[in-house]
Design a protein around this ligand. Structure first.
Ligand code: ZN
Length: 362
């Protein structure tokens, strides 16, 4: 019974040569030629890439010779036709080979999994990035947030003329305090002497309102609307969510786990001012800002009328606040719909003579 083999011998290609083999009358026959070696001197070993290929080998004068069944059928035929001294060796080797094959298949599976893991993770990250950002942002300690906020505040206000005193600053502080009752943040309200119509919030409870914005408003309710919105960027940790998105999970984990160096914190703070909030976050601030107005007993219409008014301002230089808070039709309609849905709530006019406050905002 002949079977296909690969034949390895001195002078043959190192990957073996196709040949036929058989056993005949107690001798191995390769390509019809009897190998003049007693079967007891033929060894059995495992080789090949995964160490699961069976080889018969022997030594002749010119060197080592070996044959290996070329396929599964040949392997079966070899096992069936090998005479007694070899068959026992073959059985042992075949058992080993099967075990090794199983192990290598497992190994390949594990390798494939390890190779696919980063891809899988990236997929999950993209898929779940909002949830992960929310989770990571939610696990950043107030302490780290405040450290970051302090640095960011210093960088954002470098060169600005800030005031805590004055009639206008007092009004901002009072209105702001009524909108942040019960907050876990210790808010610090500042007026910046700057004609640009702008206001911004920094993580940890820093709010800056330009004198230009105070002068552009026609009532305390309009300013309250802007403050209510800005405060929600802090309360909902929108900046931290942005950091997670743009600076990556490493930064977020560092912040969440508290393992953070001054250099890294500084880098983050420097990038904060360049981060814009997404439309989703802006609309969340609108919605929760309205809720804060309701809880403070402040009429909501000022929020709509102020942004609406800014949107209608003509000129070459649109107000700075509009660049980050476009008074688009969509946004104004959504705001109005939220107000309508909430229904009227009891509101007392804020006790300021706004013209007097405006006069102080120089
Ligand atoms: Zn905003």
């Amino acid at each position: 019974m002949e079977f296909d083999i690969l034949y390895f011998a001195p002078g043959l290609p190192s990957h073996g040569e196709k040949a036929r083999a058989a056993f005949d009358d107690g001798a191995l026959v390769v390509n019809g030629r009897r190998i003049d070696i007693p079967l007891t001197e033929i060894g059995v070993t495992l080789g090949g890439f995964n160490h699961d290929q069976v080889f018969l080998f022997w030594h002749q004068e010119e060197g080592r010779h070996a044959i290996s069944p070329a396929n599964a059928a040949a392997r079966t035929q070899l096992a069936a036709s090998a005479p007694a001294p070899l068959s026992a060796l073959l059985r042992g080797a075949t058992k080993d080979a099967t075990r090794k094959q199983r192990r290598s298949r497992l190994g390949l599976g594990a390798l494939g999994f390890i190779l696919a893991l980063p891809l899988l993770l990236v997929g999950v990250l993209i898929w779940q990035s909002h949830a992960i950002a929310g989770w990571a942002a939610g696990h950043i300690s107030i302490e780290n947030e405040q450290k970051l906020g302090e640095l960011a505040f210093k960088q954002a206000t470098a060169g600005m003329k800030l005031r805590d005193g004055g009639l206008d600053a007092a009004a901002i502080q009072e209105i702001g305090a009524s909108l942040t009752k019960g907050s876990k943040y210790d808010y610090k309200w500042h007026v910046a002497e700057n004609p640009a119509v702008n206001a911004f919030a920094v993580p940890g409870g820093y709010v800056v309102v330009n004198t230009g914005l105070i002068r552009a408003a026609d009532s305390a309710e309009e300013v309250a609307g802007v403050l209510a919105h800005e405060v929600q960027h802090i309360e909902q940790r929108h900046t931290l969510k942005n950091i997670v998105h743009s600076l990556g999970l490493r930064a977020a984990l560092a912040l969440a786990l508290g393992d953070i160096g001054g250099g890294m914190l500084g880098d983050m703070a420097a990038q904060l001012s360049e981060l814009k909030y997404s439309r989703d976050l802006e609309s969340e601030s609108d919605r929760l800002g309205l809720l804060a107005l309701k809880q403070a007993g402040i009429a909501p219409q000022g929020m709509v009328s102020f942004f609406d008014k800014l949107g209608k301002l003509e000129g070459a230089a649109p107000p700075a606040l509009l660049s980050t808070h476009p008074a688009s039709q969509d946004r104004m309609q959504a705001l109005q719909a939220m107000i309508d849905q909430a229904g009227a709530w009891p509101a007392k006019p804020l006790p300021y003579d706004w013209n007097v406050v405006k006069a102080a905002a120089q």
